[in-house]
Design a protein. Structure first.
Length: 252
């Protein structure tokens, strides 16, 4: 799909992988709406790339619907959706303080999995009404994780949520094929996100050294470049693509 002049929505676009993706799409000429739970981050990112800030909760039906409607009013119907909004916790199933709090598990599933599905269903419904451009009506990309395949101790909730993203990608792609909408996911390894940037340099170096090649943390711009390629390559569909420097996570 041609990116120039297309309307796009990037969730979690205020920082990290989402911010880099929003910037990459804008650089290609897309009209980008930055959807983030953090109002200041959404505003700052949108201002920097000449886009539209959207504030809300991806897992809330009313909030997500309102954001998509606002974006459509300003930019027109979105033909590109990239789901980057997500959270993670490090909690053992049975720890020193007892069993994993159920509310914490539910929260991770709600944001990462339910939130992604919520945005997909709403965006796809709108895409299905558009006129095809070179045979396509839209492209949807969600963010999974290598933790979907090699979750570490303490990542039960995160791995379950990202595994769900991987598992739903193919059936949704098969369903939306009749509408001319492609659906894919990206499974990043260890990337330099704001969370990792807060770690000491020694800790960052240690994490990067675990990656076979290149032995470093991934750069958000590399994730964004893959997202752009998926949008532009019309034959990539129903796939979850790892981007991890050949990393396979250890148990802990």
């Amino acid at each position: 799909m041609k990116i120039s002049e297309a309307a796009a929505i990037v969730t979690g676009g205020g920082s990290g992988l989402g911010r880099a993706t929003a910037e990459a799409l804008a650089a290609k000429g897309a009209r980008v709406a930055v959807f983030d739970l953090n109002p200041a981050a959404a505003e700052e990112a949108a201002k920097a790339l000449g886009g539209l800030p959207l504030v809300g909760d991806v897992a809330d039906e009313a909030s997500a619907s309102a954001a998509i409607a606002k974006a459509e009013t300003v930019h027109g119907p979105a033909r590109i959706l990239v789901n980057c909004a997500g959270i993670g916790t490090a909690t053992r199933v049975v720890g020193r303080d007892g069993p994993h709090p159920l509310a914490d598990f539910e929260r991770v599933i709600r944001v990462n999995l339910v939130g992604s599905f919520n945005m997909i269903r709403l965006a796809a419904a709108a895409m299905g009404k558009l006129e095809p451009v070179e045979g396509e009506r839209g492209v949807i990309i969600s963010t999974a994780s290598v933790a979907a395949y090699e979750g570490q101790i303490g990542q039960a909730a995160y791995s379950a949520s990202k595994g769900g993203v991987v598992a739903m990608t193919l059936p949704i792609a098969r369903e939306l094929a009749r509408m001319g909408v492609r659906v894919n996911a990206i499974a990043p390894g260890i990337f330099m996100t704001p969370m990792l940037a807060s770690l000491r340099q020694e800790a960052q170096d240690s994490l990067g050294a675990a990656v076979p090649f290149p032995a470093r943390l991934g750069r958000p711009a590399e994730y964004a470049a893959l997202a752009v390629h998926i949008v532009e390559n019309g034959y990539v569909n129903g796939e979850t693509i790892r981007i991890d420097g050949a990393l396979r996570m250890a148990p802990k």
